[in-house]
Write a protein that binds this ligand. Structure first.
Ligand SMILES: [Zn+2]
Ligand SMILES: [Zn+2]
Length: 390
Protein backbone atom coordinates (compact mmCIF):
# COMPACT_ATOMS: atom_id res chain seq x y z
CA UNK A 1 0.00 0.00 0.00
CA UNK A 2 1.14 3.51 -0.75
CA UNK A 3 1.57 5.96 2.12
CA UNK A 4 -1.70 7.67 2.89
CA UNK A 5 -2.59 11.17 4.06
CA UNK A 6 -3.52 9.70 7.43
CA UNK A 7 -1.11 9.93 10.34
CA UNK A 8 -0.73 7.11 12.84
CA UNK A 9 -2.82 9.19 15.24
CA UNK A 10 -5.57 9.62 12.62
CA UNK A 11 -5.67 5.87 12.08
CA UNK A 12 -5.76 5.20 15.82
CA UNK A 13 -8.61 7.67 16.05
CA UNK A 14 -10.59 5.85 13.36
CA UNK A 15 -10.04 2.49 15.03
CA UNK A 16 -11.02 3.88 18.44
CA UNK A 17 -14.21 5.42 17.04
CA UNK A 18 -15.07 2.22 15.23
CA UNK A 19 -14.60 0.19 18.40
CA UNK A 20 -16.68 2.61 20.45
CA UNK A 21 -19.52 2.46 17.91
CA UNK A 22 -19.15 -1.31 17.72
CA UNK A 23 -19.56 -1.63 21.48
CA UNK A 24 -22.70 0.54 21.36
CA UNK A 25 -24.76 -0.67 18.39
CA UNK A 26 -28.06 1.02 17.59
CA UNK A 27 -30.74 -0.26 15.22
CA UNK A 28 -32.32 1.54 12.29
CA UNK A 29 -33.69 5.02 13.08
CA UNK A 30 -32.53 4.63 16.69
CA UNK A 31 -28.97 5.90 16.03
CA UNK A 32 -29.22 8.61 18.69
CA UNK A 33 -25.93 8.04 20.49
CA UNK A 34 -24.12 7.34 17.21
CA UNK A 35 -25.37 10.45 15.43
CA UNK A 36 -24.65 12.47 18.58
CA UNK A 37 -21.02 11.36 18.44
CA UNK A 38 -20.88 12.09 14.72
CA UNK A 39 -22.26 15.62 15.19
CA UNK A 40 -19.95 16.31 18.11
CA UNK A 41 -16.88 15.21 16.15
CA UNK A 42 -17.91 17.26 13.14
CA UNK A 43 -18.37 20.33 15.36
CA UNK A 44 -14.92 19.75 16.83
CA UNK A 45 -13.60 20.04 13.26
CA UNK A 46 -15.24 23.45 12.94
CA UNK A 47 -18.11 22.22 10.75
CA UNK A 48 -21.76 23.01 11.40
CA UNK A 49 -23.63 19.73 11.14
CA UNK A 50 -27.36 19.60 10.57
CA UNK A 51 -28.83 16.86 12.75
CA UNK A 52 -32.15 15.04 12.67
CA UNK A 53 -32.04 14.70 8.88
CA UNK A 54 -34.30 11.75 8.02
CA UNK A 55 -34.90 11.26 11.75
CA UNK A 56 -31.37 10.39 12.95
CA UNK A 57 -29.15 11.37 10.02
CA UNK A 58 -26.45 14.04 10.04
CA UNK A 59 -25.19 16.26 7.22
CA UNK A 60 -22.23 18.60 7.26
CA UNK A 61 -20.79 20.77 4.54
CA UNK A 62 -17.17 21.61 3.94
CA UNK A 63 -16.62 24.60 1.70
CA UNK A 64 -13.29 24.55 -0.12
CA UNK A 65 -11.18 27.68 -0.46
CA UNK A 66 -12.17 27.98 -4.13
CA UNK A 67 -15.59 27.60 -5.76
CA UNK A 68 -16.42 24.42 -7.61
CA UNK A 69 -18.76 21.48 -7.76
CA UNK A 70 -20.23 19.46 -4.89
CA UNK A 71 -19.44 15.88 -3.98
CA UNK A 72 -21.48 13.87 -1.48
CA UNK A 73 -19.77 11.24 0.66
CA UNK A 74 -22.07 8.85 2.48
CA UNK A 75 -21.71 6.46 5.42
CA UNK A 76 -24.45 4.40 7.06
CA UNK A 77 -24.69 4.10 10.85
CA UNK A 78 -27.15 1.37 11.83
CA UNK A 79 -26.56 -2.04 13.40
CA UNK A 80 -28.50 -5.32 13.21
CA UNK A 81 -30.71 -7.34 15.58
CA UNK A 82 -28.06 -10.06 16.00
CA UNK A 83 -26.42 -11.28 19.21
CA UNK A 84 -22.65 -10.92 18.90
CA UNK A 85 -20.59 -14.07 19.43
CA UNK A 86 -17.15 -12.49 19.14
CA UNK A 87 -15.01 -12.41 22.23
CA UNK A 88 -13.25 -9.07 21.67
CA UNK A 89 -12.71 -6.08 23.98
CA UNK A 90 -15.04 -3.98 21.83
CA UNK A 91 -17.78 -6.61 21.74
CA UNK A 92 -21.35 -5.31 21.60
CA UNK A 93 -22.52 -4.22 25.03
CA UNK A 94 -26.16 -4.55 24.02
CA UNK A 95 -27.53 -8.09 23.97
CA UNK A 96 -29.28 -8.87 20.68
CA UNK A 97 -27.77 -5.94 18.79
CA UNK A 98 -24.58 -5.94 16.80
CA UNK A 99 -22.67 -4.08 14.13
CA UNK A 100 -22.57 -7.21 11.98
CA UNK A 101 -22.38 -5.45 8.63
CA UNK A 102 -19.56 -2.99 9.29
CA UNK A 103 -21.52 0.26 9.34
CA UNK A 104 -19.50 1.18 12.45
CA UNK A 105 -16.45 1.12 10.14
CA UNK A 106 -18.15 3.27 7.50
CA UNK A 107 -19.09 5.93 10.05
CA UNK A 108 -15.60 6.10 11.54
CA UNK A 109 -14.02 6.12 8.06
CA UNK A 110 -16.14 9.07 6.96
CA UNK A 111 -15.31 10.96 10.17
CA UNK A 112 -11.63 10.30 9.42
CA UNK A 113 -12.07 11.57 5.86
CA UNK A 114 -13.86 14.69 7.14
CA UNK A 115 -10.97 15.44 9.50
CA UNK A 116 -8.42 15.07 6.70
CA UNK A 117 -10.35 17.12 4.15
CA UNK A 118 -10.93 19.93 6.65
CA UNK A 119 -7.16 20.19 7.00
CA UNK A 120 -6.89 20.27 3.19
CA UNK A 121 -9.53 22.99 2.79
CA UNK A 122 -7.10 25.50 1.24
CA UNK A 123 -6.43 23.10 -1.62
CA UNK A 124 -10.11 22.25 -2.20
CA UNK A 125 -12.23 23.64 -5.04
CA UNK A 126 -15.90 23.10 -4.35
CA UNK A 127 -17.93 21.58 -1.57
CA UNK A 128 -17.88 18.24 0.20
CA UNK A 129 -21.17 17.13 1.70
CA UNK A 130 -20.72 14.54 4.45
CA UNK A 131 -23.80 12.42 4.81
CA UNK A 132 -24.25 10.08 7.78
CA UNK A 133 -27.29 7.96 7.07
CA UNK A 134 -29.58 5.99 9.39
CA UNK A 135 -31.44 2.78 8.68
CA UNK A 136 -29.68 1.17 5.74
CA UNK A 137 -30.46 -2.36 6.89
CA UNK A 138 -34.23 -2.04 6.88
CA UNK A 139 -34.18 0.30 3.90
CA UNK A 140 -35.70 3.74 4.08
CA UNK A 141 -32.81 5.65 5.65
CA UNK A 142 -31.48 7.06 2.39
CA UNK A 143 -34.99 7.93 1.22
CA UNK A 144 -35.77 9.64 4.54
CA UNK A 145 -32.63 11.79 4.27
CA UNK A 146 -33.36 12.69 0.65
CA UNK A 147 -36.92 13.69 1.59
CA UNK A 148 -35.40 15.83 4.32
CA UNK A 149 -33.21 17.71 1.86
CA UNK A 150 -29.97 15.71 1.71
CA UNK A 151 -29.73 16.47 -2.01
CA UNK A 152 -30.95 20.06 -1.75
CA UNK A 153 -28.70 23.05 -2.46
CA UNK A 154 -25.94 22.66 -3.00
CA UNK A 155 -27.13 19.67 -5.05
CA UNK A 156 -24.32 17.13 -5.29
CA UNK A 157 -22.79 16.53 -8.71
CA UNK A 158 -21.32 13.21 -7.61
CA UNK A 159 -21.73 10.73 -4.76
CA UNK A 160 -19.34 8.18 -3.33
CA UNK A 161 -19.84 5.59 -0.63
CA UNK A 162 -18.09 2.43 0.44
CA UNK A 163 -18.68 -0.86 2.18
CA UNK A 164 -16.18 -3.08 3.98
CA UNK A 165 -16.33 -6.34 2.06
CA UNK A 166 -15.77 -9.79 3.55
CA UNK A 167 -15.72 -11.50 0.15
CA UNK A 168 -12.52 -9.60 -0.60
CA UNK A 169 -9.20 -10.01 1.17
CA UNK A 170 -7.71 -7.03 2.94
CA UNK A 171 -5.84 -4.89 0.41
CA UNK A 172 -8.21 -5.69 -2.45
CA UNK A 173 -10.69 -3.12 -3.69
CA UNK A 174 -13.78 -3.71 -5.82
CA UNK A 175 -14.92 -1.01 -8.23
CA UNK A 176 -17.62 -2.23 -10.59
CA UNK A 177 -18.92 0.00 -13.37
CA UNK A 178 -22.67 -0.49 -13.91
CA UNK A 179 -24.98 -2.65 -11.77
CA UNK A 180 -23.27 -3.85 -8.61
CA UNK A 181 -26.00 -4.84 -6.20
CA UNK A 182 -29.51 -6.05 -6.84
CA UNK A 183 -32.97 -4.63 -6.42
CA UNK A 184 -34.71 -6.12 -3.41
CA UNK A 185 -38.43 -6.85 -3.73
CA UNK A 186 -40.54 -8.69 -1.18
CA UNK A 187 -43.74 -10.59 -1.85
CA UNK A 188 -46.46 -12.14 0.29
CA UNK A 189 -49.12 -14.38 -1.23
CA UNK A 190 -52.20 -15.83 0.42
CA UNK A 191 -54.03 -18.56 -1.49
CA UNK A 192 -57.55 -19.33 -0.35
CA UNK A 193 -59.42 -22.48 -1.33
CA UNK A 194 -62.01 -24.41 0.65
CA UNK A 195 -61.24 -26.50 3.69
CA UNK A 196 -62.23 -30.17 3.79
CA UNK A 197 -61.50 -33.53 5.38
CA UNK A 198 -58.14 -34.80 4.13
CA UNK A 199 -59.80 -38.05 3.09
CA UNK A 200 -62.42 -36.22 0.98
CA UNK A 201 -60.50 -33.63 -1.09
CA UNK A 202 -63.27 -33.48 -3.71
CA UNK A 203 -65.47 -31.61 -1.19
CA UNK A 204 -62.87 -28.85 -0.89
CA UNK A 205 -60.38 -26.81 -2.93
CA UNK A 206 -56.87 -27.59 -1.72
CA UNK A 207 -54.78 -24.41 -1.27
CA UNK A 208 -51.67 -26.46 -0.36
CA UNK A 209 -51.52 -28.18 -3.75
CA UNK A 210 -52.20 -24.85 -5.40
CA UNK A 211 -49.45 -23.04 -3.47
CA UNK A 212 -46.99 -25.83 -4.27
CA UNK A 213 -47.64 -25.26 -7.97
CA UNK A 214 -47.33 -21.51 -7.56
CA UNK A 215 -43.88 -21.99 -5.97
CA UNK A 216 -42.77 -24.20 -8.85
CA UNK A 217 -44.24 -21.97 -11.55
CA UNK A 218 -42.50 -18.91 -10.12
CA UNK A 219 -39.15 -20.53 -10.82
CA UNK A 220 -39.83 -20.05 -14.52
CA UNK A 221 -39.34 -16.28 -14.09
CA UNK A 222 -35.61 -16.88 -13.71
CA UNK A 223 -35.24 -20.07 -15.74
CA UNK A 224 -37.52 -19.34 -18.74
CA UNK A 225 -38.73 -15.77 -18.50
CA UNK A 226 -35.50 -13.78 -18.84
CA UNK A 227 -32.28 -14.05 -20.79
CA UNK A 228 -29.84 -16.56 -19.32
CA UNK A 229 -27.33 -13.68 -19.32
CA UNK A 230 -29.50 -11.61 -16.97
CA UNK A 231 -29.37 -12.38 -13.26
CA UNK A 232 -32.69 -12.84 -11.47
CA UNK A 233 -33.39 -14.69 -8.25
CA UNK A 234 -36.87 -15.65 -7.03
CA UNK A 235 -36.74 -17.23 -3.57
CA UNK A 236 -39.78 -18.42 -1.64
CA UNK A 237 -38.49 -18.43 1.91
CA UNK A 238 -41.53 -18.98 4.13
CA UNK A 239 -44.52 -21.26 3.56
CA UNK A 240 -47.27 -21.72 6.10
CA UNK A 241 -50.51 -23.71 6.00
CA UNK A 242 -52.64 -26.09 7.96
CA UNK A 243 -53.24 -27.25 11.50
CA UNK A 244 -53.45 -31.07 11.39
CA UNK A 245 -52.52 -34.09 9.28
CA UNK A 246 -56.12 -34.90 8.40
CA UNK A 247 -57.46 -31.45 7.50
CA UNK A 248 -57.16 -29.69 4.17
CA UNK A 249 -56.81 -26.07 5.28
CA UNK A 250 -58.83 -23.17 4.04
CA UNK A 251 -55.79 -21.16 3.03
CA UNK A 252 -52.01 -21.23 2.54
CA UNK A 253 -49.46 -18.42 2.79
CA UNK A 254 -46.00 -17.71 1.51
CA UNK A 255 -43.41 -14.97 1.56
CA UNK A 256 -40.13 -14.40 -0.22
CA UNK A 257 -37.94 -12.13 -2.28
CA UNK A 258 -37.10 -11.23 -5.87
CA UNK A 259 -33.62 -9.91 -6.73
CA UNK A 260 -32.50 -8.44 -10.03
CA UNK A 261 -29.71 -6.19 -11.37
CA UNK A 262 -31.22 -4.81 -14.53
CA UNK A 263 -33.47 -1.78 -14.00
CA UNK A 264 -35.59 -2.31 -17.13
CA UNK A 265 -36.17 -5.93 -16.17
CA UNK A 266 -36.93 -4.85 -12.59
CA UNK A 267 -39.81 -2.72 -13.89
CA UNK A 268 -41.45 -5.75 -15.53
CA UNK A 269 -41.20 -8.18 -12.62
CA UNK A 270 -44.26 -7.33 -10.48
CA UNK A 271 -46.58 -7.85 -13.47
CA UNK A 272 -44.92 -11.15 -14.42
CA UNK A 273 -45.08 -12.33 -10.84
CA UNK A 274 -48.75 -11.49 -10.51
CA UNK A 275 -49.66 -13.09 -13.84
CA UNK A 276 -48.12 -16.41 -12.81
CA UNK A 277 -49.63 -16.45 -9.32
CA UNK A 278 -53.11 -15.46 -10.51
CA UNK A 279 -52.94 -17.82 -13.48
CA UNK A 280 -52.12 -20.89 -11.42
CA UNK A 281 -54.64 -19.98 -8.73
CA UNK A 282 -57.36 -19.40 -11.34
CA UNK A 283 -56.61 -22.74 -12.97
CA UNK A 284 -56.95 -24.56 -9.66
CA UNK A 285 -59.99 -22.64 -8.43
CA UNK A 286 -58.33 -20.71 -5.60
CA UNK A 287 -58.57 -17.06 -4.78
CA UNK A 288 -55.37 -15.14 -4.17
CA UNK A 289 -54.17 -12.03 -2.45
CA UNK A 290 -50.77 -10.65 -3.46
CA UNK A 291 -48.65 -8.02 -1.76
CA UNK A 292 -45.59 -7.08 -3.79
CA UNK A 293 -43.32 -4.46 -2.27
CA UNK A 294 -40.23 -2.68 -3.51
CA UNK A 295 -37.41 -2.28 -1.03
CA UNK A 296 -34.06 -1.31 -2.58
CA UNK A 297 -33.63 -0.44 -6.23
CA UNK A 298 -30.55 -1.81 -8.07
CA UNK A 299 -27.26 -0.20 -7.04
CA UNK A 300 -25.81 1.06 -10.32
CA UNK A 301 -22.40 2.73 -10.51
CA UNK A 302 -21.91 5.48 -13.07
CA UNK A 303 -19.05 4.46 -15.39
CA UNK A 304 -17.35 7.89 -15.20
CA UNK A 305 -17.55 7.95 -11.40
CA UNK A 306 -16.38 4.34 -11.27
CA UNK A 307 -13.34 5.41 -13.32
CA UNK A 308 -12.59 8.13 -10.76
CA UNK A 309 -12.98 5.68 -7.86
CA UNK A 310 -10.87 3.13 -9.67
CA UNK A 311 -8.05 5.61 -10.29
CA UNK A 312 -8.11 6.51 -6.59
CA UNK A 313 -8.04 2.84 -5.62
CA UNK A 314 -5.16 2.08 -7.99
CA UNK A 315 -3.12 4.84 -6.36
CA UNK A 316 -3.70 3.34 -2.93
CA UNK A 317 -3.50 -0.44 -3.43
CA UNK A 318 -2.00 -0.83 -6.92
CA UNK A 319 -3.51 -1.92 -10.21
CA UNK A 320 -3.19 -5.62 -9.42
CA UNK A 321 -5.38 -5.28 -6.33
CA UNK A 322 -8.35 -3.54 -7.92
CA UNK A 323 -11.12 -5.88 -9.03
CA UNK A 324 -13.81 -4.70 -11.43
CA UNK A 325 -16.49 -7.36 -11.10
CA UNK A 326 -17.52 -7.35 -7.45
CA UNK A 327 -21.25 -7.90 -7.62
CA UNK A 328 -23.83 -9.47 -5.34
CA UNK A 329 -27.59 -10.07 -5.35
CA UNK A 330 -27.68 -8.41 -1.93
CA UNK A 331 -29.21 -4.94 -1.78
CA UNK A 332 -28.00 -1.54 -0.59
CA UNK A 333 -29.93 1.67 -0.20
CA UNK A 334 -27.05 3.87 -1.37
CA UNK A 335 -28.88 2.99 -4.60
CA UNK A 336 -31.36 5.76 -3.72
CA UNK A 337 -28.58 8.33 -4.01
CA UNK A 338 -27.15 6.70 -7.14
CA UNK A 339 -30.55 6.84 -8.84
CA UNK A 340 -30.43 10.65 -8.57
CA UNK A 341 -26.72 11.50 -8.58
CA UNK A 342 -23.98 9.84 -10.65
CA UNK A 343 -21.68 8.06 -8.26
CA UNK A 344 -19.91 4.91 -7.23
CA UNK A 345 -20.11 2.45 -4.35
CA UNK A 346 -16.70 0.99 -3.50
CA UNK A 347 -16.07 -2.44 -1.97
CA UNK A 348 -13.16 -2.39 0.49
CA UNK A 349 -11.60 -5.79 1.17
CA UNK A 350 -11.73 -6.51 4.91
CA UNK A 351 -11.33 -10.27 5.17
CA UNK A 352 -8.21 -11.71 6.80
CA UNK A 353 -8.35 -15.47 7.15
CA UNK A 354 -5.00 -15.60 9.00
CA UNK A 355 -6.53 -13.57 11.84
CA UNK A 356 -9.77 -15.57 11.79
CA UNK A 357 -11.62 -12.59 10.27
CA UNK A 358 -13.47 -14.66 7.73
CA UNK A 359 -17.12 -14.49 8.76
CA UNK A 360 -19.62 -13.02 6.40
CA UNK A 361 -21.76 -9.93 6.85
CA UNK A 362 -24.78 -10.46 9.16
CA UNK A 363 -23.07 -13.41 10.90
CA UNK A 364 -22.80 -13.31 14.73
CA UNK A 365 -19.02 -13.66 14.39
CA UNK A 366 -18.60 -11.04 11.69
CA UNK A 367 -15.56 -8.83 12.21
CA UNK A 368 -13.18 -7.01 9.87
CA UNK A 369 -9.47 -6.39 9.62
CA UNK A 370 -9.29 -2.81 10.85
CA UNK A 371 -6.43 -2.03 8.47
CA UNK A 372 -9.26 -1.67 5.95
CA UNK A 373 -10.29 1.60 7.64
CA UNK A 374 -7.22 3.53 6.52
CA UNK A 375 -7.38 2.05 3.02
CA UNK A 376 -11.07 2.87 2.64
CA UNK A 377 -10.63 6.38 4.03
CA UNK A 378 -7.73 7.16 1.71
CA UNK A 379 -9.62 5.95 -1.35
CA UNK A 380 -12.73 7.93 -0.42
CA UNK A 381 -10.62 11.04 0.21
CA UNK A 382 -8.81 10.67 -3.10
CA UNK A 383 -12.03 9.95 -5.02
CA UNK A 384 -13.61 13.13 -3.62
CA UNK A 385 -10.58 15.25 -4.47
CA UNK A 386 -10.21 13.70 -7.92
CA UNK A 387 -13.81 14.49 -8.70
CA UNK A 388 -13.57 18.09 -7.50
CA UNK A 389 -10.38 18.59 -9.48
CA UNK A 390 -11.61 16.83 -12.63
ZN1 LIG B 1 -26.04 -5.41 6.03
ZN1 LIG C 1 -24.20 -2.99 5.03
Amino acid sequence: MTTTAFSAADVQDMVATRRDLHAHPELAFEEVRTSGIVAEKLRALGLEPRTGVGKTGVIAMLQGARPGRTVLLRADMDALPIHEENDVPYRSGTPGKMHACGHDCHTSILLGVAKRLVSERDALAGTVKFCFQPAEEVGGGAEAMIKDGALAAPAPDAAFGLHVWQDLDLGKIGVTPGPMMAAVDEFTVTVTGKGAHAAMPHFGIDPVVCLAQVVTALQTIASRGVSPLSAVVVSVTQVKAGTAFNIIPESAWMNGTVRVFDEALWETLPARFERIVRGVCDALGCRTEIRYQRSNRPTVNDPRMAAIARAAAVEVVGEENVVDDVRTMGGEDFSQFLARVPGCFIAVGSRNESKGLKWDHHHPRFDVDEASLEIGAEILRRAARRFLES
